[in-house]
Design a protein around this ligand. Sequence first.
Ligand SMILES: Nc1ncnc2c1ncn2[C@@H]1O[C@H](COP(=O)(O)OP(=O)(O)OP(=O)(O)O)[C@@H](O)[C@H]1O
Ligand SMILES: [Mg+2]
Length: 223
Amino acid sequence: MTTVLSMQGITKRFGTGHTEITALKGIDFEVKAGEFISIIGPSGSGKSTFLTIAGGLQNPTTGTIMIGQHSFTDLTGKQRAKARFEEIGFILQSSNLVPFLTVQEQFVFVDTLNKSHEENKAADLLRSLDIWALKDKFPKELSGGERQRVAIARALFNDPAIILADEPTASLDSDHAFEVVQLLAKEAHEKQKAIIMVTHDPRMTQWSDRIYRMKDGLLQIEA
Ligand SMILES: Nc1ncnc2c1ncn2[C@@H]1O[C@H](COP(=O)(O)OP(=O)(O)OP(=O)(O)O)[C@@H](O)[C@H]1O
Ligand SMILES: [Mg+2]
């Protein structure tokens, strides 16, 4: 299987002098097409920092990131934004919906950028996540869990090779949480996506191919 994302010697420092924090202390990591990986670990251990660096939302202090055959770290800001849009789907801890668009319009927005028209695909995703009935509502009219599921549908809609999900089940009830994780596992295994999911909930890791634990800025294999 092809390696879609690899990271070598990643460190991340925030601040300087006595306020300096080393959030990541030297991480080597890779994920292949078709793999579903979970990352667990305590609050403040560096999970979100790792995930946002993996997706190019922030730069590491040292180390290199390869997306496919290309070094992400060497790209210009503009090239990186393009690669991010085309290759990576983010499901962030704070759901990143556009406030002035309805649920359905969130997809039209992506679709316009994409210049393709796949209305049925959006509908199928909304149905599979049990939110089709909400398609004309605005984000502020949704519960936290409903917003989260719209954000998940939108991340999958673009058909990215890599999906990075930060606590995608945090605001969901158990039934929906299990459905979401199973959907992610299915995307990875049936559509050959590389998926990295950060979670606090050990019940959510059972469909993963590998589990890592983040501990004080270092990633250790757990299972
Ligand atoms: N922009 C920043 N500036 C300064 N420190 C930061 C910044 N982002 C993260 N940190 C620090 O880096 C460390 C790791 O943070 P991170 O958000 O990656 O943790 P986490 O494992 O995702 O925690 P949680 O489970 O609570 O989401 C923490 O000590 C945090 O305070
Ligand atoms: Mg976090």
